[in-house]
Design a protein around this ligand. Sequence first.
Ligand code: MG
Length: 365
Amino acid sequence: MAWIRREDQEDRELRWLGPFGLPSRAAGGRRLAEAEDPLRTAFQRDRDRVLHATAFRRLQHKTQVVAAFEGDHYRSRMTHSLEVAQMARSVARALRCNEDLAEAIALAHDLGHPPFGHVGEEALDEAMQGHGGFRHNAQGTRIVDYLEDRYGHGHGLNLTLALRRSLLKGRVPAGFPLSPDLSNRGPVPVEAQIVDLCDRIAYLSHDLDDGLRAGLFAEQDAATLRLWQQAGAAAGADNRQRIVSEVTSLLIHDLVESADAALAAASASGPCPRLQQGGTMAVMAQELLEFLRQNFYRSPRVLAVMHDGARRIRALFARLCAAPDQLPATAQKRLDQDGRERVVCDYIAGMTDRFLLRATADLDR
Ligand code: MG
């Protein structure tokens, strides 16, 4: 029996992918030219590099919403990223888009998050005013392009252009140090849209689960949501976990159907259409998001942990800027090139929640 080579997989992609799926032969190249792998396509190789990155392992100890130290069963950013990858693979496959690219984007989509979630992100952005600001998406590309230096060639993980562009969604602060080839915002593959939508489905579902688990709201409260009611009816049960899992299924199936309709209606030679949930589901998903904002993301218990984290980030930032000789040697080496504030920002952004707590333990005294 003949083994399946990379070229065979690339040929299979061409037969299998729909008009908007991005073949790995069109991955756009790497900044540093490398020989192709005999087994893996360019996107499979990207995915494996992300999986083996230090920044990926750190996601295990970064807060999604409930700080990791409050219990072992809540989602961390790593479990979140794995759930997004699972959903994005399923959706990409169903839509005849590139499953490997979707998986790679999903695994990498949260690499740039600092400790303590969005409140931590705001604290760093504030500290970096006048020095190029901070935002997790832009930081994600900085990590894969530069900070993950395991190969020592200065190009980070040396990922494909298609994947790097896919990570750079949303606003980039003026003056943020991006790799020059990303400053021109080219077309973003449809797989990036799929991951974005699956990211939302993943957190809506698992935050509903985690919020209930943490006792921040009760099932009776969740039962006021139309999406919960519909999921309960579809599951034919009042078992919480079955309902939460049904919420995920409803959102995923709706996404596949409405995205498929949008892709089918678009001209194959034209630009990629914007994918979204169907109208009714979009309204119900928004209702769930508002519910989570009020009862979970902005609950006093969650905010207290987040604000304590932000306070630590501010204090540590000021301390390290005043005494950069306290930075680890690998960070000190970058001081001349990147400037003091950016090096301190990169260092703090890379920290896990618990590392930051340890580094600022003196603040508790
Ligand atoms: Mg996410």
